[in-house]
Design a protein around this ligand. Structure first.
Ligand code: MCA
Ligand code: AMP
Length: 503
């Protein structure tokens, strides 16, 4: 395959002074859980996680609770390699359940509590979990409706450890750890299988690039069911031996309170969060932090400047994907360029495909393939390189600017919406003959979901009813906010819908 080389310098720009590329070992620690458990054993009294219900929790407590839960899971029959659905809002109980699964070798499938019954039914049918863990009553009810025979347990798993002694922390780097569901062009979400080694390499790269140390304290208001909050915020905190204040939901004032009350050093957010933070009279508090990171969606250069004016912070924008964890970042020591996603992260190889400029990636952070989807793997990988579906350009210093997407994807408030999934639902509504779903620019959300609807001859489609229909079948962020009736969808000579002509 013809590719174009990334200009010099590559990721060595991220290395601290004195560190050579050859010194870098992204597999240090064996697996994430080895590293975490080792850190907790060495500094048991250290405060690691804070949530509003439980206050500060030490490494010793995390080790004990996750171990007890792992033994309970084993007693319930959960074995290594078996899938466990995990859902709920960010908090210590969710974290210890997650860590317990990883320590046991079970494969975590994170779920958004906002998923509707139909979305869960697909996930359950595909991942074939042996158990679901959640404290969210709405999710419990939806799990029950989606898969009546699926065993659902609360995150505390009964509280007391029970069951026979079981070997923990035994899985190796090649074993699957996490399945992150992501849609793509097929409409039906597919599971990206990340190994323990992928997760470790992903955070080790960030520890180096972001100078993440045990002195750091992160305010974490991202959901823990996506790579940003989970694979970066939580895993990174635990692997750095650092600490985090977990907020169950994002609220700008709560974030700023946590920054002040806990002497935090870092905040990670999606652009919509920054839109809301800059509206606060206390936004200047962000100026106290060592590092402010944005990702999951483009941060407009104007917002980058506004944050700097208000807080003195030059946001570090970075670029990631469920399948690859993080790919590129602006440097902590060095030029942080607004409108770019920075330079390839340590250990990550990035290239552009000649002719299409699609960003291709290779590295120990890149997943091995989709869950039981060799067809999707064949499309996604070429000669060992993973196709991101993003189109980019590099400048002479290796800074990457994302200029478009080869894949059909709408990013709204940092959540990804694949048009095909929404179109399939809308098309099943009586009277709808054709649908095209596109993203339209939005200051608040980056993009908003908009549906262009063609009705069957003589039929009347009430948009309010259509919205309700979609809301019963799709998580709220996927439900179109705009409905545009149209006589016919624009098509090219081959009959393909020309979405760029729809606004
Ligand atoms: C909530 N709503 C949304 C969104 N979030 N609509 C569109 N897009 C959204 N993202 C709906 C609500 O259901 C509600 O609908 C209405 O908008 C107002 O909700 P509000 O309370 O204002 O929203 P919120 O609950 O405060 O949520 C906004 C949020 C949230 C905090 C920005 O969307 C969020 O946490 N986003 C982060 C997602 C994330 O973690 N992405 C990382 C993916 P109604 O009025 O009908 O009830 S990982 C990834 O992309 C890669 C790996 C990477 O690079 O990071
Ligand atoms: P997901 O499939 O949810 O992991 O989302 C990954 C996608 O989010 C990437 O392929 C990009 O299209 C997008 N993305 C992540 N970070 C950025 C960023 N900083 N700027 C623009 N797009 C981003």
């Amino acid at each position: 395959m013809a590719t174009m080389d990334v200009p010099e310098p590559p990721w060595s720009l991220h290395l601290p002074e004195g560190q050579e590329p050859g010194d870098l070992d992204l597999t240090t620690g064996g697996t994430l859980v080895h590293r975490w458990v080792d850190l907790w054993a060495r500094r048991p009294e250290r405060e690691v996680l804070h949530d509003p219900d439980r206050g500060w929790i030490t490494g010793e407590v995390l080790e004990r609770e996750s171990g007890d839960k792992a033994r309970s899971l084993a007693a319930m029959g959960v074995g290594s390699g078996e899938r466990v659905l995990l859902g709920g809002s960010a908090g210590v109980d969710l974290v210890t359940a997650h860590v317990a699964c990883l320590r046991l070798g079970a494969v975590v499938v994170p779920t958004n509590p906002a998923y509707r019954e139909a979305e869960l039914a697909h996930l359950i049918g595909d991942a074939e979990p042996v158990l679901a863990l959640t404290d969210d009553p709405r999710t419990v009810a939806r799990f029950g409706a989606a898969a009546p025979s699926l065993r659902v347990e609360p995150l505390h798993l009964g509280g007391e450890p029970h069951g026979p002694a079981v070997e923990l922390d035994a899985v190796g780097p090649g074993s699957p750890a996490l399945i992150g569901y992501t849609s793509g062009t097929t409409g039906r979400p597919k599971g990206a299988v990340l190994s323990h080694g992928n997760l470790l390499a992903g955070v080790n790269s960030l520890r180096v690039a972001w100078r993440w140390t045990s002195e750091d304290r992160l305010v974490l208001a991202l959901p823990l069911f996506h790579m940003h909050g989970l694979g970066v915020g939580l895993h990174g905190t635990l692997a750095a031996g650092a600490s985090a204040v977990l907020l169950p939901r994002f609220d700008p004032e709560a974030v700023l309170d946590a920054v002040a009350a806990h002497e935090a050093t870092m905040f990670f957010g999606v652009p919509t969060m920054y839109n809301r933070l800059v509206e606060s009279a206390r936004a200047g508090l962000l100026g106290r932090l060592r590092l402010v990171v944005s990702g999951s969606a483009p941060l407009p250069a104007a917002m980058h400047r506004r944050i700097e004016e208000l807080t003195g912070q030059r946001v570090v924008e970075r670029y990631g994907m469920t399948e690859t964890i993080m790919l590129a970042s602006n440097p902590v020591d060095g030029d942080r360029r607004a409108g770019t996603v920075g330079v390839a992260l340590p250990g990550v190889d990035l290239r552009l495909e000649e002719g299409t400029d699609e960003v291709l990636v290779r590295g120990p952070n890149v997943f091995g393939g989709y869950w039981r989807r060799p067809d999707a793997d064949a499309e996604a990988f070429e000669s060992g390189w993973f196709r991101t579906g993003d189109v980019g350009s590099f400048d002479e210093n290796g800074y990457l600017t994302l200029v478009g997407r080869a894949k059909e994807l709408i990013i709204t408030g940092g959540y990804n919406v694949y048009p095909r999934e929404v179109e399939d639902v809308l098309r099943s509504f009586p009277g709808v003959s054709e649908v095209a779903v596109v993203g339209i620019p939005s200051e608040e959300w980056g993009e908003e979901v908009c549906a262009h609807i063609v009705t069957e001859a003589g039929a009347h489609v009430d948009h309010g009813e259509l919205r309700e229909y979609a809301a019963a079948r799709l998580a709220p962020y996927k439900v179109p906010r705009h409905y545009r009736p149209t006589e016919a969808l624009p098509r090219n000579a081959l009959g393909k819908i020309q979405k760029h002509r729809l606004t």
